[in-house]
Ligand binder design. Structure first.
Ligand code: SF4
Length: 287
């Protein structure tokens, strides 16, 4: 018997085009290759999806030194730094590049800005593999910042024309705020909004959640950049928000009868996990 909880599932919840493409390419490679297939870290930030790929034979390595000679190497959807790719090429020429076209675009602008002699600012998480990959295309000569305050501290170095690029999974509001702040500093900017379409659409859905929403559930890897941002947006809107990795992590104690719940999921969350989450919530029983 179902309860009176009203659940709205975000239209754009779950796998994005880039992740779907990467998983498809890896599955095809696993099926056709006679050689072992390696990925440096998780292909996508979702333990469930990763388990499925590992069962099909994907080998995950933490260090590039562990890559076997002549094996197949997968470049992940968010890319990698050129210097790391060079060390892969020392061991194998069998490389399957699943870099998402949105990430390729950000890498392209980094290279192009440098070629034209611009200084480069990358808005994003310094330690994220995507940001390292973009930075390497700018000859590793770029300022990486996560907020305006960090850039204000190095204001004296920000002279001449500056190209601004953004990690694909950042919040549009953050990019806007930083760009406004940089303009106020009087800097000469060329801005490329490289936030990917799927990220923008997912965030748009959360920003438009109705005022009647009591609870936001975000499903996806706890280390997934795009998923974490969705949960941050919910909290910023003062909506009670839970970010869970799997549908099974959802607890009945968060809910009460008659609640309005909005359910969304990061770009690496398989659709059956979203369906499962909905079914779990529908089965909660309130006395
Ligand atoms: S989140 Fe965006 S950039 Fe990342 S893989 Fe998906 S579509 Fe590509």
């Amino acid at each position: 018997m179902s309860n009176n909880i009203k659940i709205e599932v975000a239209e754009k919840a779950g796998f994005c085009f880039g992740v779907e493409r990467a998983v498809g390419l890896v599955e095809e490679t696993l099926k056709n290759s006679k050689k072992p297939v390696y990925c440096w870290g998780d292909l996508i930030h979702n333990p469930l999806a990763m388990n499925r790929l590992e069962k099909k034979g994907l080998r995950i390595i933490k260090n590039l030194e562990d890559l076997a000679e002549g094996a197949v190497f997968i470049v992940k959807s968010h890319g990698m730094a050129l210097e790391d790719l060079d060390s892969v090429k020392q061991k194998t020429t069998e490389i399957v590049d699943t870099t998402c076209p949105f990430v390729v675009k950000a890498q392209y602008y980094a290279k192009e800005f440098k070629k034209r002699g611009l200084k480069v600012i990358i808005i994003g998480d310094r330690e994220h593999v995507e940001v390292k990959g973009i930075k390497s295309r700018a000859n590793n000569n770029a300022f990486v910042a996560n907020n305006l305050a960090e850039l204000k501290k190095i204001k004296d170095k920000l002279t001449g024309k500056i190209g601004v690029i953004c990690q694909t999974t950042q919040k549009s509001s953050k990019l806007r705020e930083i760009v406004e702040g940089l303009k106020e500093l009087g800097l000469e900017l060329e801005i490329k909004n490289t936030i990917c379409l799927n990220t923008i659409e997912k965030q748009q859905e959360v920003s438009e959640i109705s005022a009647e929403t009591d609870l936001l559930i975000v499903i996806g890897g706890l280390h997934s950049s795009n998923t974490t941002k969705l949960a941050e947006m919910g909290r910023a809107k003062k909506i009670k928000t839970y970010h869970v990795e799997n549908a099974d992590d959802i607890l009945q104690e968060w809910f009460s009868d008659g609640m309005n719940v909005f359910l969304t999921a990061g770009a690496s969350t398989p659709s059956d996990e979203i369906t499962k989450a909905k079914e779990i919530i529908e089965k909660f029983n309130f006395k």
